[in-house]
Design a protein around this ligand. Structure first.
Ligand code: OGA
Ligand code: NI
Length: 332
């Protein structure tokens, strides 16, 4: 994608655009401070309440005081720019469309795909860990930066899952136990500039399949939007903040109490944009169903699914929209 050097947008990109205009509303997605919540009950209570409301209303929120240092956040963005500025020949060594590979360079613009997205990315497994042989040698400090980053994301995800479990009125460990061991992957995306941004899309509208996603946006470039009641609201990058979103398996586990949020990424003519998305969820062999503890008087809203099959459909539908609806039990 980066190397196409084209000055127009080929037709097949048009089919990927999810209709709907952007509401240039002020960014009123909640920004929740997690600092001090482990030692201060009042801070914990107010952060937990804010997370509960955000999971119900938006399925999207931002967090500060999350434990990932500014330095690491800057290093990883620089590292991704470094990779995408390497000569194409060096990058193509890592190119693969095999979704089970533990590290690969790929593109949202795969030649055979029905939907094409204006983006390239690096995809890496974190839990279970990337294979030693797959680690890219041509990126300085790749292993050190990504392993520190993945470890910090794991701690943050666990912290959030504990709060979310308690917010659902359940034992604080229930979600963590349910995912044990979790699957954690990271996608480092590069959205090149685009000559006609209204004719292409960085990534089409979708909800993430896992339980929660931790997303870092590069500062100073916009693009991410969340669907809120049919309107697209920009999620502006905030210094030091990470975006958290509820993904499909959390919507299922919570028996529809929390909603996974649809989102998309627009592109621009001026400059490329980098983002780091960490996906946290079940391993492929897990069956996911509404938690029994939440059923009581409420019937299950979704059927159980095998996560591997859910993921296969997600890729087959080129992200699709509302894949979760295929599991809804009707007449509820
Ligand atoms: C994704 C995604 C958002 C972004 O890769 O699933 O939604 O800002 N990325 O890059
Ligand atoms: Ni996403």
């Amino acid at each position: 994608m980066v190397d196409l050097g084209i000055d127009h947008v080929p037709n097949e990109y048009l089919t990927s655009i999810c209709k709907g205009i952007t509401i240039k509303a002020p960014n009123n997605l909640p920004i929740i401070d997690l600092s001090g919540i482990d030692s201060d009950d009042l801070k914990r209570k107010s952060a937990a309440e804010a997370i509960h409301l955000a999971c119900q209303k938006w399925g999207f929120f931002q967090v500060m005081g999350h434990g990932i240092s500014n330095e690491l956040m800057q290093d990883i963005i620089k590292m991704v720019h470094y990779f995408f500025n390497l000569p194409a020949k060096e990058r193509m060594v890592y190119y693969s469309t095999d979704i089970y590979k533990s590290f690969r360079f790929s593109t949202g613009s795969v030649a055979s795909a029905k939907k094409k997205f204006w983006s390239d990315y690096l995809f890496q497994h974190c839990q279970p860990a990337v294979h030693e042989d797959d680690v890219p040698e041509s990126i300085p400090n790749y292993r050190k930066i990504t392993s520190n980053y993945a470890k910090a994301v794991d701690e943050l995800a666990r912290k959030l899952l504990r709060i979310i479990a308690q917010n659902l009125g359940l034992d604080w460990q229930i979600l963590e136990k349910h995912l044990d061991p979790p699957k954690q992957t990271m996608k480092m995306t590069y959205y090149p500039q685009c000559p006609c941004p209204d004719q292409a899309i960085g990534i089409g509208c979708h909800a993430d399949p896992g339980t929660i996603t931790v997303l870092q946006q590069e500062l100073g470039v916009e693009g991410l939007e969340v669907n809120y009641n049919g309107q697209w609201i920009p999620v502006k990058p905030v210094e030091g903040a990470l975006v958290i979103n509820v993904a499909d398996m959390l919507q299922i586990l919570s028996n529809n109490k929390y909603k996974s949020a649809e989102h998309r990424v627009l592109v621009n003519t001026k400059r490329p944009r980098v983002s780091i998305a960490s996906f946290y969820g079940p391993t492929d062999d897990k069956h996911i169903a509404p938690l029994e503890e939440l059923l009581g008087d409420n019937p299950p809203v979704f059927k159980a699914c095998l996560f591997r099959e859910y993921m296969d459909n997600f890729y087959k539908n080129h992200l699709g929209t509302r894949n979760i609806e295929t599991l809804r039990i009707l007449n509820n």
